[in-house]
Structure formats: C-alpha cells, structure tokens
Design a binder for this molecule. Sequence first.
Ligand SMILES: Nc1ncnc2c1ncn2[C@@H]1O[C@H](COP(=O)(O)OP(=O)(O)OP(=O)(O)O)[C@@H](O)[C@H]1O
Length: 194
Amino acid sequence: MAPVIEKPRPIVVSGPSGAGKSTLLKRLFEAYPNRFGFSVSHTTRAPREGEKDGVDYNYTTKENFLKMVDEGGFIEHAQFGSNLYGTSVQAVKNVADQGRTCILDIEMEGVKQVKKTDLNARFVFLQPPSVEVLEKRLRGRATDKEEAIKERLAQAEKEIGYSKTPGVHDQIIVNDDLEKAWQEFKAFCVPDDQ
Ligand SMILES: Nc1ncnc2c1ncn2[C@@H]1O[C@H](COP(=O)(O)OP(=O)(O)OP(=O)(O)O)[C@@H](O)[C@H]1O
C-alpha cells in the first residue's frame, strides 16, 4: 500500500493589531525558509507590469469572483476602491499540496470563517499583555494615525473577548517578553523541531 503522506495543517495566526504577529511571523519565515507559505489571493484588479497570475495574485473577473463568494469559496474577502480581493479555501489547500504549512494571518471574522471550512487548521492567538501595553506599542510603531489607533484598540477589546470563547484557539500566547513569546510560537508552529 502506498504510504499516506499527511499534508501540513494550516496555521491560523490571529490577535489584535499590534500584538506582534508580523514580528513573530518574520522570525518564523527567516528561521524556516522552506517550511511555510502564504496563500495566493484572488483579485479583480488588472495585473501590473511584471506580476504573474497564480504567483502574485489569482486574477479573475468580477463575475467569477462574485460566483465564488456565492459558493462559499472565500475565507475572507473585501473591497478596496473598485476592486475585490479575497483568500480562497482552494488557495490555502494549494500551499498544503506543495508540502508547506500555510500561514493565515487573519482577524476574528476570518477565524470564524476558517472554522466553517474543511481546512483542519490549527489556531494560535497572540495576546498583548494588556490593552495599555498594546496602546504603547501601537504608538511606538508610529505607523498609525490617532484615529486608527483608537479603532485598533476598540477592535482589540472585541478580539480578546472572542479569544476567551472555549475551544476557539489551540493556544494563546501572551506576547509580554518577545523571546519567551518567540519560543512558544516556534514550538507551536514547528512542534517536531524542539
Ligand atoms: N514583546 C514585545 N515587546 C515589546 N514590543 C513588541 C513586542 N512584540 C512586538 N513589539 C512591537 O510592537 C509593535 C507591533 O508589533 P507588530 O507590528 O508585529 O504587530 P501586528 O500584530 O503584526 O500588527 P498588525 O496586525 O497591525 O500588522 C511593533 O513596533 C513591534 O516591534
């Protein structure tokens, strides 16, 4: 009988804006360059010079995009300007088919959507030590305007509230000390290399 090769389960990383997702994911990709991947998004915008279909984006028509929405093909989708963008369930499966663990860096609504699919994902939540610390980090990052910071903090309260629902996450990592959070994050994402 042919050996059953198990496909790597996708990992859903969520947490309030400023919790440290980008910081930890950057480290993860640097430490394990061939092990992880991001899914290729769909878009209705035209390809720009040098962009490749299926690599930079899956380019599609508005009609086809909306059909996929109706069929439940997207984990999340949004409109920016007059263009539609989305992460399809199939795009996540394609990463697993290439033998890589697909990383989904998404927010609460996306997490709920993934739970409705057959992706069999693992869920990790990055939690700031407190909302006060989160506010300091968002200000320290100096990338957001005052209005955006207020919105992010309000959203953070909702995300943290939802994260307390039993069974939603496989692990919650409090990002207080970065080194400690990194060790926990690495252990979750690469359990066979500890
Ligand atoms: N443990 C930590 N201690 C102190 N500062 C930290 C820690 N972790 C991250 N930071 C800093 O907090 C800020 C927010 O982190 P980061 O940009 O990684 O958050 P994020 O969750 O990716 O946010 P977004 O979802 O908005 O992209 C950054 O300036 C980062 O350097």
